[in-house]
Design a protein around this ligand. Structure first.
Ligand code: PMP
Length: 429
């Protein structure tokens, strides 16, 4: 281990008792013991500005007092499964969540994670249509269980196990894709998959509005409306995976799909909606939800929609409204993106700046023409930024994209500090 003392103890226990595949971001990984809004603190009391917490869990700020209070109060009263008994928390949160949805998307099924939400969404689409074929996008990420691993389309996240019934369409990636920003051209591939890869009928189509794990890839404009219409003509349901792009993060809209002008048949979410507690959800129409009444089906798993998680989730929605965090994501996120574009003018290694609100990406390339991924460089910059007190994520198929996804309470001053630190780290390369 790169440490002595208590941190070495964590290393020793991890090596002995936890999965050998655990990985960590930094050369000298952090042991985070406390979080407060946009800050994290390590065992030595060192403070870090967290520009990546949003992806993992945190939407309104680490340990936001209102959310903590709601969770603690509920835990003190009752924590149980909601399969057997009535409880206010789940009903109230479902109502509040449905009120944030457009159209007829009014029926909520709770889960414990994004993977579970997508597993359920795929099952609903298959049951409703009687068709097994699902179309997902290359470079998408939808989970890591049996069904969702098939929908996830990045070899980095796949194991050699059976993954049947999913076709992967051309990714409408404006930076690396063959058709640039012409969404309609990419969508032709969806039609070809339907015509050449299926019976002509499909179960559904699943995609993120902005790919998160895939490196903050904004789908080319015009893609989703055309793809949705092709899928619907072939009898399929359209699923929006809002695990990363949803819940006010993109700033301009509450849900990422709204930025594309489409209304899905099924929406899935997780991560931020719980601000750190495990919860996911599937929202669909009353008609589609009927398919799950063929069996006595309410919960998929014992703790789906448990009172503590749903009380926490409901508190998150109230905080977002009270503190106008969607507006903050829009205003500060746009400012931050502008500053990142200024950095691009200064540093040749920045090949692309993209994303919306607080779902931003910065792709590093060693050659702007060839778009050669700057894999080693990004790690050096990340480590250096960490040493200066700023945490940022990375991702993308080649692992060369900074993922900037702070808690939605991130301020303009935080953005200025972030930019200054990234600028110094890039200059040191
Ligand atoms: N969908 C997307 C878009 C995700 O980013 C993730 C997680 N990275 C998932 C689904 C799976 O969510 P979870 O990790 O909560 O199972």
């Amino acid at each position: 281990p790169p440490y002595n003392g208590p941190r070495a103890e964590i290393f020793r226990k991890r090596a002995q008792f936890l999965s050998p595949s655990l990985f960590h971001f930094y050369d000298r990984p952090l042991d985070i013991v406390e979080g407060k809004m946009q800050y994290l603190f390590d065992e030595d009391g060192r403070r870090y500005l967290d520009a990546f917490g949003g992806i993992a869990t945190v939407c309104c700020g680490h340990c936001h007092p209102d959310v903590v209070e709601a969770i603690v109060n509920q835990a003190k009263r009752i924590q149980h499964s909601t399969v057997l008994y009535l409880n206010h928390a789940i009903a109230d949160f479902a109502e509040a969540l449905a009120s944030k949805m457009p159209g007829d998307l009014k029926v909520v099924f709770f889960t414990n994670s994004g993977t579970e939400a997508n597993e359920l969404a795929l099952m609903i689409a298959r049951l409703y249509t009687g068709c097994n074929d699902i179309i997902s996008l290359r470079n998408g990420y939808h989970g890591n269980a049996a069904g969702t691993m098939g929908a996830t389309a990045q070899s980095n996240w796949k194991f050699k196990v059976v993954q049947m019934g999913v076709h992967h369409a051309l990714n409408p990636d404006p930076f690396r894709g063959a058709f640039g920003s012409d969404g309609e051209k990419y969508a032709r591939d969806v039609q070809e998959i339907i015509e050449f890869g299926t019976t002509g009928r499909v179960g559904g189509f699943i995609s993120e509005a902005i790919q998160g794990v895939g490196g903050i890839v904004e789908l080319a404009p015009g893609y989703l409306p055309v793809a949705y219409s092709m899928v619907r003509k072939a009898g399929g349901l359209c699923i929006a995976d809002e695990v990363q792009a949803g819940v006010a993060r993109t700033g301009s809209h509450f849900w990422g799909f709204e930025g594309h002008g489409v209304i899905p048949d099924i929406v899935t979410m997780a991560k931020g909606i719980g601000n750190g507690i495990p919860i996911g959800a599937v929202v669909t129409t009353p008609e589609i939800a009927q398919v799950l009444t063929r069996k006595s089906y309410f919960n998929r798993s014992t703790f789906d929609g448990n009172p503590v998680s749903t009380a926490g989730g409901h508190a998150v929605l109230k905080v977002l409204e009270k503190e106008k965090l969607q507006e903050n994501a829009f205003v500060v996120g746009s400012y931050l993106k502008e500053q990142l574009n200024n950095l691009k003018d200064k540093h040749e290694i920045i090949g692309d700046v993209r994303g919306k609100g607080f779902l931003l990406g910065v792709e590093l390339v060693t050659d702007r023409e060839k778009k050669t991924p700057a894999k080693a460089e990004i790690s050096r910059v990340m480590n250096h930024m960490k040493d200066m007190g700023v945490l940022v994520g990375k991702g993308g198929f080649y692992g060369n994209v900074f993922r900037i996804t702070p808690p939605l309470c991130f301020t303009k001053e935080d953005s200025d500090f972030f930019i200054e630190v990234m600028d110094i780290a890039l200059s040191k390369l």
